[in-house]
Write a protein that binds this ligand. Structure first.
Ligand code: ADQ
Length: 472
């Protein structure tokens, strides 16, 4: 197999220590890279006074990494700015939180150039290059401009927004057009891919033939390829001392009460406020359930430099405080709200001890927590997953209780139903979901994407298409 060079904003090896708060990408990519003996290139997370392009090479958790430092202005404009304050909210359908600023766009272009310039000397002619996520959309084009004809793939970990939202972004045409420099673009679901196709056919005049977008003499394969869990590694936590200790600790402290668990990065896309409100609704309308359950919400802060994240933190503090103030008794706290991360084995134990897994984002590319919850259950006595229909995961995990997170009543009903679901139904639903989690795991995902990236013939061998008239 050709060597793989993965490029993403951050490089975080997948065996972080205690309290590591790793995104789904970190967990998934490390597994893919270890198998392909590749290099993972990205930002170190460190700042430097002046950009030098100096690369630090390391080996972390069996993965070769190559990282660069960025200037403070890069971090502010590209990362905190265009990535986290413009694209992230826009791609999660939150136009109300989307901040548009020319400095952000300028910083984004500059850092994508810096990435291209710095990674270029590492690239050999036969390398497959796999770029990840919304931080680095123009990188493929930047590499093409430097003469690289390698097979280039891009995977979008977030949703792709509807065209009516996308056009709110100044420079949207150039940005999307730059994506068509890749040979393969991967999406988690058909829905995100369909939105992308709608944009490129409507606004760029691209032409779809089967899975291929044809534009300006190039072809790009648009692949639906849902990311999976490293289920083998995650399920190996079963029976480890750390998993058992976490499970027992939670069960002991629950004193016979049912545990409803949520595990999320503290992010407005995850629907945490709505979740708390639904839980409040449940306690209000079902007084018989009070004292018989509690909600354990684990949500380590993320992107604390961005105001909207400070706001959500304040909102959740106030909501959880309000619910506890209203309903708690001397020996019952209805919401346990924990702002820290846990090691993978501990998370496994926490999921396993919980009768209900609440995964209720307002919008989520995939959501790996849903898959982790399923993987951690005891198949003989599994808990129930309550899952938002707006998470990409709901396509594969359709045996969950699928809810609309905007409706507190829907969600409260689903929690109540989950709590009283008969064992046979729980087992049936769980078995269907576990099959998908195990069969369509992270190895399946990366193998599918890499096969698509490897398979295609070089683009320059294809007859150029006369699309000039359909260009904007
Ligand atoms: P994220 O938005 O980060 O990823 P998600 O898929 O839910 O979301 O992954 C979160 C990961 O972080 C999970 O593996 C989870 O276990 C871990 N995590 C969360 N809270 C934790 C805690 N308290 N302690 C330890 N670990 C914790 C983006 C997209 C998603 C997409 C992934 C992968 O937004 O939609 O599923 O990329 O493509």
């Amino acid at each position: 197999m050709n060597r793989l060079i993965a490029i993403s904003n951050r490089v975080q090896a997948a065996h972080g220590g205690e309290n590591s708060n790793r995104g789904g990408l970190a967990v998934a990519l490390s597994a893919a890279l270890r198998e392909s003996n590749g290099i993972w290139f990205g930002w170190s997370g460190e700042q430097t006074d002046e950009f030098t392009g100096q690369i630090s090479f390391r080996r972390e958790a069996g993965v070769a990494t190559a990282t660069i430092d960025l200037e403070a202005q890069d971090v502010e404009e590209y990362y905190n700015g265009f990535a986290n304050r413009t694209l992230w909210p826009l791609f999660h359908y939150r136009l109300d939180l989307t901040e548009i600023a020319r400095d952000f766009a300028g910083g984004y272009a500059r850092v994508n150039d810096r990435f291209a310039e710095t990674v270029a000397p590492l690239i050999e002619p036969d390398d497959l290059i796999w770029v990840h996520d919304y931080h680095l959309m123009p990188l493929g084009q930047r590499l093409r401009e430097r003469g690289f004809e390698n097979r280039l793939g891009f995977f979008l970990h977030t949703p792709w927004p509807p065209s009516s939202l996308m056009v709110s972004l100044p420079g949207h045409r150039e940005l999307v057009q730059s994506l068509l420099s890749y040979d393969v673009i991967g999406f988690h679901t058909d829905e995100w891919r369909a939105s992308f196709i709608d944009y490129i056919t409507t606004h760029l005049g691209a032409d779809m033939r089967g899975e291929y977008a044809h534009f300006a003499g190039r072809m790009t394969r648009l692949l639906v390829c849902p990311i999976g869990l490293d289920s083998t590694e995650f399920m190996a936590a079963q029976g480890t001392p750390a998993a058992r200790a976490a499970e027992e600790r939670l069960i002991t402290s629950a004193v016979g009460r049912q545990v409803i668990v949520g595990v999320d990065r503290l992010d407005y896309s995850k629907g945490l406020q709505e979740r708390f409100l639904a839980y409040e609704q449940l306690l209000t309308t079902r007084p018989d359930l009070r004292e018989k359950l509690f909600l354990l919400q684990i949500a380590p802060p993320s992107r604390g430099d961005v105001a909207s994240y400070q706001q959500i933190r304040a909102d959740l503090n106030s909501l959880s405080g309000g619910i506890n103030g209203e309903f708690a008794s001397i020996d019952w706290v209805p919401v346990r709200y924990v702002n820290k991360g846990y090691a993978r084995e501990e998370l496994f134990g926490i999921y396993r001890a919980s009768r209900v897994g609440l995964v209720t984002p307002l919008r989520d590319g995939m959501n790996l927590v849903a898959k982790e919850y399923v993987a951690a259950q005891d198949p003989e006595d599994p808990g129930v997953l309550v899952l938002s229909r707006f998470a990409g995961a709901s396509v594969q995990l359709d045996a969950a209780l699928i809810i609309n997170p905007h409706s507190s009543e829907d969600m409260a009903d689903a929690i109540a139903r989950a709590l009283s679901m008969p064992l046979e139904e729980r087992k049936e639903r769980h078995a269907a979901m576990l099959k998908s989690v195990v069969e369509e795991d992270v190895r399946w995902w990366s193998a599918r994407f890499i096969a698509a990236l490897t398979e295609g013939e070089p683009n320059e061998d294809r007859p150029p298409l006369a699309l000039a008239s359909s260009q904007p």
